[in-house]
Design a binder for this molecule. Structure first.
Ligand SMILES: Nc1ncnc2c1ncn2[C@@H]1O[C@H](COP(=O)(O)OP(=O)(O)O)[C@@H](O)[C@H]1O
Ligand SMILES: [Mg+2]
Length: 252
C-alpha cells in the first residue's frame, strides 16, 4: 500500500530564515513518528504545511493519494488530517462534553453545537471518545476547572471527532508534570492504537520519544538531519550535537 503522507522537497522561508529547506518525508499508514529538534528547527512549520495552515514556497504534499499542497486547513481536515496544539484551543467556559460537541459540529461544517440534526448520535460518539481518553467522569466539568494534562487529552479527543487518518500532535506532554507524562502518553497511545491511526508528534522529551515512537525524524535549521529507528536517531552524532546537546566530549 502506498504511503499515507508524502512530502517532497518542501521549502519555506521567512525573510532570511529558512524554516524548511528541501524537506522530504514519507509516512506509511499506521506508523507513529516523533519529530524532534531544538527551538526554531522547523517542526511546527512542517506541521503547519501538512495541515494547510501554511503554503510551502516550493515542493508538494500528497495525502492519501491526493495532492493537498494548495488546500487550506478546512479542506485538509475534511480529507482526514487532524491536529492538536501545543496550547490546547478549548472553550474554557464550556464543559468537556460541550467542547467535544463543538468540535464534532465544526467538523461537520455546522456553526452551532445544538443544531438538532444528529445531536443524539453526536453525543453518544462524544461520550465514547471521552471514555477512551478516561475523561468520561469529567464530561460535565467546565474546562476552566481542569488541570493542564487533562486539557491536553481533551484537545486530542476533540481532534478525533472527525475520524481522521493522520493526527499531528504538537508537544503533547509540554507543560505536563513529570510524573503525569508516562500515564498520559500511555492513555494517548492506547486510545490512538485502536484505530491504527497514523501519528506524527513533536516532542522534546527523549524518554517519551524513545518509549512511544516507532520512528524518529530530527530537524535542524529547516533540514532533516536524521530519520530512522528511535535509538539510532537519538544516538546519531548530528542529533547529539544539534538537538539533544549530549555530544560526547572530545579527547584531549
Ligand atoms: N509565521 C512565521 N513568521 C516568521 N517566522 C516564522 C514563522 N513561523 C516560523 N518562523 C520561523 O521559522 C523557524 C522555524 O520555526 P518553527 O517551525 O516554529 O520551529 P520549531 O517548531 O521547530 O521550534 C524559526 O526561525 C521561526 O522563528
Ligand atoms: Mg514548535
Amino acid at each position: 500500500m502506498s504511503d499515507l503522507l508524502v512530502a517532497a522537497g518542501l521549502v519555506k522561508s521567512f525573510g532570511a530564515v529558512s524554516a524548511a529547506d528541501n524537506v522530504s518525508i514519507s509516512i506509511p499508514r499506521g506508523e507513529r513518528v516523533s519529530l524532534i529538534g531544538s527551538n526554531g528547527a522547523g517542526k511546527t512549520t512542517f506541521v503547519n504545511m501538512v495541515t494547510g495552515y501554511m503554503k510551502p514556497d516550493r515542493g508538494t504534499i500528497r495525502f492519501d493519494d491526493r495532492d493537498i499542497t494548495a488546500l487550506g486547513p478546512r479542506a485538509v481536515t475534511k480529507l482526514g488530517v487532524a491536529r492538536s496544539f501545543q496550547i490546547p484551543q478549548l472553550a474554557k467556559e464550556l464543559t468537556v462534553l460541550e467542547n467535544m460537541l463543538v468540535a464534532a459540529a465544526a467538523g461537520e461544517g455546522r456553526l452551532s453545537p445544538i443544531a438538532p440534526a444528529r445531536s443524539a448520535e453526536r453525543r453518544d460518539k462524544a461520550h465514547a471518545l471521552l471514555a477512551r481518553f478516561r475523561l468520561q467522569d469529567l464530561a460535565e466539568r467546565r474546562v476552566a476547572e481542569l488541570a493542564g494534562g487533562v486539557r491536553k487529552l481533551l484537545d486530542i479527543a476533540m481532534a478525533l471527532t472527525g475520524r481522521p487518518k493522520l493526527l499531528l500532535l504538537d508537544e503533547p506532554t509540554s507543560g505536563v508534570a513529570a510524573q503525569e507524562k508516562f500515564p498520559m502518553m500511555d492513555t494517548i497511545v492506547e486510545a490512538l492504537d485502536r484505530d491504527a491511526l497514523t501519528v506524527l508528534f513533536v516532542e522534546h522529551d527523549m524518554e517519551i520519544v524513545e518509549r512511544y515512537a516507532q520512528r524518529v525524524i530530527a530537524f535542524y535549521s529547516g533540514r532533516v538531519i536524521a530519520d530512522g529507528p528511535p535509538r539510532e536517531t537519538i544516538d546519531d552524532e548530528q542529533v547529539r550535537k544539534y538537538v539533544t546537546g549530549t555530544q560526547k566530549a572530545g579527547h584531549r
